[in-house]
Design a protein around this ligand. Sequence first.
Ligand code: ADP
Ligand code: MG
Length: 81
Amino acid sequence: MLAVQKVSRTFDNGYKAFKPVSFHTEQSEIVGILGTSGCGKSTLLRAIAGLDLGFDGEISFQEQSVRIGTDHTGVVFQEPD
Ligand SMILES: Nc1ncnc2c1ncn2[C@@H]1O[C@H](COP(=O)(O)OP(=O)(O)O)[C@@H](O)[C@H]1O
Ligand SMILES: [Mg+2]
């Protein structure tokens, strides 16, 4: 369903938000990402949602790369701005 393969994110200032992470989910699974503040949860979720394409690695949803685009993603942001 969702496949995250060796995904990492290095920002323009050289900061590496997290080491490469891989996992996949099956249909109807409910998945949470847990971690301390600043560990990269929102950064990873933005990449999965296709809102930040500056990551390394590959993310696909239903076999389609998020770099190409998917219309199956909804996002509720933590803060309104
Ligand atoms: N655009 C950016 N440029 C540089 N560093 C960033 C940027 N966005 C987030 N960070 C840093 O990346 C780390 C992960 O941030 P974030 O994904 O928001 O963490 P979380 O959601 O787990 O609290 C933090 O140290 C944050 O300061
Ligand atoms: Mg966050």
